[in-house]
Design a protein around this ligand. Structure first.
Ligand code: MLT
Ligand code: ZN
Length: 477
């Protein structure tokens, strides 16, 4: 028997044993199911799990992981499949353990301002439950309708409101995790104050499912924003966007979101969605941002006066403040439709970077030149969460290039791009994580000492190396 067929035979034997051991567990192993459940939103790897299972409780997760440990079977945790780093992709016969069925959202504890949720709870449903209780779940993502909290925690997701509320990490009161051995841990409990040494909860947040599986969490909620004013501005330069941010901050205004898109993105959305352009001429960048006035008349007045002064001082030529919810929605539509319009148009290679704000304009200017030299004119679609110094660098495949050739070119270009990020003291992954896509490049953002300690940690939590193997840390280095 060839090496390949003996591997396949072993996988089939494992799945048969699994089905036998857990007769009531949903286990999908048709070719189509393995293809579907073995990947996330990244499209650069071939999914090849042995099967996908759908446990209903954390005890069942624990039994499955214990069983897999005993059999030496690797697993990949998965949820809403919306990841953009390949963190939930199974490429080597792993068992996909999909936590979608752990979707319970318990009643909100109003006094504590918390809610207990299963890992499979959909981000949008958590937002809705919080709102019904008069509170607010501040994490909002483009994928909120299908992404799940387990994945949000595993990747320490960011999104549209990081400028005001930070990443997921800030909002986790406690975590239930299951280790590869099957051991279940509750980390931190219902406590705000708990100074008892290492905070293991925080080690799991952002660990991309490499240390254990998050099966439930208690989330901290906050007060909802009161009255948001929404703006759409044409920026004469990216530097102006940074200056405007400084002006808002120095007036003690509460910035709720602060997003940017390049003219290339603006033109793309115009072309794909047919939106009428509100500006009389093109600008290099556009800004969509929101300020919370808390319903206070004096804050609204400050905002209006400040905007007038921006016109008078020539900071901007064309800028709008929404005068109705419909206006606000139409402003946001320019930003929200970029990813969709890109996927309609071309195969896209995504990078998600962060650079300190004081560096960002200089960085973006060099990046534009670099992308032009590598990929030709107009292939770079730059947008992101400017207020957090976070840029989504999307490169669209030229029609004339094969997909494999394009991917290889992007990976080669990554070295030059990440060297630039390093020069500007940035990060190669602002919010999408490392996963499979960036593991070879981790050293651009983490020192050898940090990587050594990360590897040691991995061994402590997962000595057999069966939990989401090959993600975050490249094998064998
Ligand atoms: C966004 O900010 O829209 C998301 O991170 C998705 C993306 O980068 O396409
Ligand atoms: Zn983003």
């Amino acid at each position: 028997m060839s090496g390949v067929s003996s591997i396949l035979k072993k996988r089939m034997e494992f799945v048969a044993e699994l089905k036998n051991h857990f007769p009531s567990l949903e286990c999908l192993d048709s070719a189509a199911d393995r293809e579907h459940w073995g990947r996330d939103w990244t499209r650069f790897h071939t999914p090849a799990p042995c099967a996908a299972v759908f446990p209903r409780t954390s005890d069942e997760v624990s039994q499955i992981l214990k069983f897999c440990s005993e059999k030496g079977q690797a697993v990949v945790p998965s949820g809403g499949l919306t990841g953009l780093g390949g963190g939930a992709v199974a490429t080597g016969g792993e068992l996909v353990v999909n936590l979608s069925k752990l979707s319970r959202i318990e009643p909100v504890d109003r006094a504590a301002g918390t809610v207990r949720v299963g890992a499979g709870a959909i981000t949008k449903k958590i937002q809705d439950s919080a709102r019904e209780a008069g509170l607010y779940w501040p994490i909002d993502l483009a994928s909120a309708g299908s992404s799940q909290i387990g994945g949000n925690i595993a990747t320490n997701a960011g999104g549209l409101h990081v400028i005001r509320y930070g990443h997921v990490r800030r909002w986790i009161q406690s975590l239930e995790v299951v280790l590869m051995s099957g051991e279940k841990l509750e980390l931190n409990g219902d406590l705000d104050k708990n100074n008892t040494g290492y905070d293991l909860r925080n080690i799991f947040i952002g660990s991309e499912g490499t240390l254990g599986m998050v099966t439930a969490a208690t989330l901290k909620l906050c007060e909802a924003p009161r009255e948001l004013k929404t703006f759409l501005w044409a920026l004469p330069s990216l530097k102006t966007g940074i200056d405007v941010l400084g002006e808002l901050r120095s007036r003690s205004l509460m910035i709720h979101s602060y997003e940017v898109l390049s003219n290339n993105c603006f033109e793309l959305v115009h072309k794909c969605q047919g939106f009428a352009k509100p500006f009389s001429k093109a600008a290099p960048y556009y800004l969509v941002f929101e300020v919370d006035t808390f319903g206070a008349a004096d804050v609204s007045e400050t905002l209006e006066k400040w905007m007038e002064s921006c016109f008078e001082r020539g900071v901007v030529e064309e800028a709008f403040m929404a005068s109705s919810p419909a206006d606000a929605r139409s402003f946001w539509a320019w930003r929200e439709n970029i990813t969709e319009s890109l996927s309609q148009t071309a195969k896209v290679y995504k990078n998600d970077l962060a650079v300190p704000l004081r560096e960002i304009a200089d960085f973006a200017a060099k990046l534009e030149k670099q992308a032009g030299a590598w990929f030709g004119e107009d292939r770079l679609f730059l947008f992101g969460h400017l207020g957090d110094g976070s840029l989504h660098v999307n490169l669209a495949k030229p029609d004339s290039m094969e997909l494999g050739e394009f991917r290889a070119l992007c990976e080669k270009h990554n070295h030059e791009l990440f060297a630039l990020v390093q020069t500007h003291k940035g990060s190669i992954a602002a919010e999408h994580g490392i996963g499979l896509l960036k593991r070879e490049f981790l050293h651009y953002s983490k020192s050898p000492g940090e990587i050594r300690l990360m590897r040691s940690l991995k061994t402590v939590f997962d000595p057999l190396g069966l939990m989401n193997p090959g993600k975050l840390l490249a094998p064998g280095r």
